[in-house]
Ligand binder design. Sequence first.
Ligand SMILES: Cc1cc2nc3c(=O)[nH]c(=O)nc-3n(C[C@H](O)[C@H](O)[C@H](O)COP(=O)(O)O)c2cc1C
Length: 228
Amino acid sequence: MKDHLDKSDHIGRRMFMKILLGTGAAIAASLVAGPSAVIYLEKRSYKENIKYRLHTLANFDTSNILVVYFSRSGSTEIMAENMADNLKANLVRLNAPSYKLGYLGWLNSMRDAYFKIPSNIDPEKLDLSKYKLILLGSPIWLYRPAPPIKTFIKKNKFTENKVILFNTYNSKFTDEAIQEMQDLIEKVGGKFADHIHINRNRMLNQISVEELISKTKELVNKRKEFWL
Ligand SMILES: Cc1cc2nc3c(=O)[nH]c(=O)nc-3n(C[C@H](O)[C@H](O)[C@H](O)COP(=O)(O)O)c2cc1C
């Protein structure tokens, strides 16, 4: 009788271990597979965006309009370049190496967006005093503009410049997050004037780069008069 109980106990323990290991393996696989798919699609998107970069963008150093942007996989960059081209604006890219494409960069992006951790950006400060109009661009991370653009705003002195916020995203941002950006811009001396955004749609159904460019042109042409 005791032998029988020991045996069934042993089988029970083995079953439990198998279930535990199986569940652990399934969780580990989903933790790797989900982000891996996202990273693969981001890299594909980056490669596609590169083909549409405006390498011939003129130098508008003397302009009183400035476009400052951060971009990880190149979509906000396409939007920023086309806006700068259309508005004959000076263009500055914020580099943030800890968010570069790949698994580690993605983890850092998620962590800093979630915990609202300021970013290491380059350049950190710019002389904004000569600009009448400043356009600040960023992707949306966890429903709000990504940390680098927020860090840039906090680190700089705005001098009553008119400020436009622009974003690219895949599905959703919150109005509270945009209100928070408006409050922040006004706190550092800027005059928040507008928010424009382009929804690229969910990862497997995203708009083409040509569509992104034509939507950008449409938005700028519609609002240019109001901005200037
Ligand atoms: C860490 C991370 C979080 C994101 N969170 C959101 C989100 O909350 N809502 C959304 O619509 N898109 C989200 N996205 C998608 C990006 O906003 C979208 O792909 C954007 O166009 C990328 O711009 P970029 O190519 O300039 O980096 C997220 C992307 C990353 C990397």
